[in-house]
Write a protein of this length. Structure first.
Length: 521
């Protein structure tokens, strides 16, 4: 039945949608099948479920494309497995061996790796392997020497260089200290970036994704995106949030831009690091590392000034915040921006992740019209690690129901390629909160209803990009963006989600992806 937030077609019923120039012209229901009709092509499918096109409100498109052809360590169970996989990988970035996605929390030892195990296999090749969360890099001695990092090197503000008992760097660099290595890496060619974007587009379409909020976009990528858009090679809508932590958007004179499938609409800041690498900024010390409260990567006054400058140029503001101290800081800044009249009531102020909150901060988001961009899938992989990191404070994490209950608009995303880009996994996480390898819900009071989860991935995501008047629901006059599934996800148990398949992805009324296994052309 039709709802402004989502549309579920029950078995043995039909929805007939007429489309012209990419816009819904009429919607009606008759028994039998789903029918989408426009001038150039139409599809008729029996016994399927049609939804507004799924949107990932927080992803990294170039990184996803890069993962497809690069050294991916996500399936490694030990540091040694990472080294063996790296030895067998033939690609190089200049002289560097570069990879990502290792996660020591999935290893038996659950300890950070060190440079020594890399040195044994790579004595003369610089190696840079980024942790799954993107906030830690593991390097060998050769890389440390090239970067000039030794026992006397001071970590930059907002960064950490892990050291052994003799103060020697272990090969682990966290958050802002990563730049000591990343600044040395040869840039990717424009041809390579183009291919990453095209490859990522295909993968996203096959998952039923019609639109992505592309976070932390390098200014160097914007001309490439524009060329691909003008050439008709972008099939997924892209809302870009440009790098801003070090004034990248300002230095490169980036302005808001509206294209066909590619728009530049916002800027992205970081308040802290990640929980897995002890970089999330906490109000109290970590339970498993009492000497640390994590890392704040920006001050209140600095974020206020940077955000104000971006708002003045017409940008939306998105700020990464994981820990309760980081979220508190961002809330303080956003409230100041509202109260000082710099951010109007209509200005989009987003917190990316909104992962751990003081109880007293929950209501502040709704009161100041601050939006929560949340990645429910993190809950599935983080549960055990989060419990270890912050103990009983974990009850204040991943609070999407609490936020929704006070009126905060929550959008769903994945943070791909850190987590799977599959929106069905995120929707399942919102509804069931069942961690990987478990059968019971974790912090079950924060589960939400299926229709709320679907809204998070459709209409709410469009609110966070200021596009809800154009897309996000099945109504006359809105864009004809749809995701067609083989099952009614509103009625499934957690175990049943694995059997859901995307049958088609429709964008602007055109078939962007068709599962030939089910729907032959």
């Amino acid at each position: 039945m039709i709802d402004t937030g989502f549309l579920i077609i029950m078995k043995a019923q039909q929805v007939k949608i007429e489309i012209a120039k990419g816009v819904i012209k009429s919607v009606s229901e008759t028994p039998g099948y789903v029918s989408l009709i426009n001038k150039k092509e139409s599809i008729n499918i029996k016994d399927v479920w049609l939804y507004p096109g799924f949107v990932d409100a927080h992803g990294h498109i170039v990184a996803l494309g890069q993962m497809i052809s690069s050294l991916n360590l996500s399936d490694c169970n030990t540091a040694l497995e990472c080294v063996v996989k790296a030895k067998n990988f033939k690609g190089r970035r200049g002289q560097w061996l570069v990879g990502r996605a290792w996660n020591h929390e999935n290893w038996n030892t659950k300890e950070y790796p060190t440079k020594k195990i890399l040195d044994a296999s790579f004595p003369d090749t610089p190696v840079s392997l980024t942790r799954v969360d993107g906030h830690t890099v593991w390097v060998n001695s050769f890389a440390l020497r090239l970067a000039g990092i030794d026992k006397n090197t001071t970590a930059p503000p907002g960064g950490a260089i892990m050291r052994d008992a003799n103060s020697e760097p272990t090969g682990i660099l966290i958050d802002n200290a990563m730049s000591l290595i990343s600044d040395l890496l040869p840039p990717r060619s424009e041809k390579a970036i183009e291919q990453y974007i095209v490859d990522a587009n295909k993968k996203l379409l096959s998952a039923g994704i019609t639109e992505v909020h592309d976070m932390d976009v390098s200014p160097a990528y914007i001309p490439i995106y524009k060329r691909l858009d003008e050439a008709g090679k972008l099939n997924v809508r892209i809302q870009a949030f440009v790098q801003a932590q070090n004034d990248e958007w300002l230095k490169n004179e980036i302005k808001p831009y509206i294209g066909n499938m590619f728009n530049v609409i916002g800027v992205k800041f970081y308040a802290d690091g990640a929980l897995g690498s002890h970089g999330a900024a906490m109000l109290e010390p970590y339970s498993d590392l009492p000497t640390s409260k994590g890392l704040l990567l920006i001050s209140e006054d600095e974020l206020y000034g940077k955000a104000a400058a971006a708002i003045d140029k017409g940008f939306h503001i998105a700020t990464h915040a994981i820990g309760d101290a980081a979220n508190h800081l961002v809330l303080n800044v956003y409230e100041r921006l509202r109260n000082d009249g710099i951010a109007s009531n209509d200005a989009i102020l987003r917190i990316e992740h909104t992962q751990i909150l003081k109880q007293s901060d929950i209501l502040r988001l709704a009161e100041s019209r601050i939006y929560a961009s949340m990645q429910a899938v993190h809950c599935l992989s983080d549960a055990e690690m989060a419990q270890k990191r912050i103990g009983n404070r974990v009850r204040n994490s991943y609070l999407w129901k609490s936020l929704m209950s006070v009126g905060t608009i929550v959008a769903g995303g994945s943070d791909f390629p850190i987590e799977s880009h599959n929106p069905l996994i995120g929707i399942d996480a919102f509804i069931h909160r069942t961690p990987i390898g478990k059968s019971e819900a974790w912090l079950s009071k924060e589960r939400i209803l299926p229709e709320q989860a679907i809204d998070a991935y459709t209409v709410n995501a469009h609110i966070l990009s200021d596009n809800a008047e154009r897309r996000g629901s099945i109504q006359k006059g809105l864009s004809a963006d749809f995701t067609i599934l083989n099952k009614d996800i509103g009625k499934l148990s957690h175990s049943d989600f694995a059997s859901v398949e995307v049958l088609a992805t429709i964008i602007n009324g055109k078939i962007a992806y068709l599962n030939d296994k089910y729907i032959p052309r």
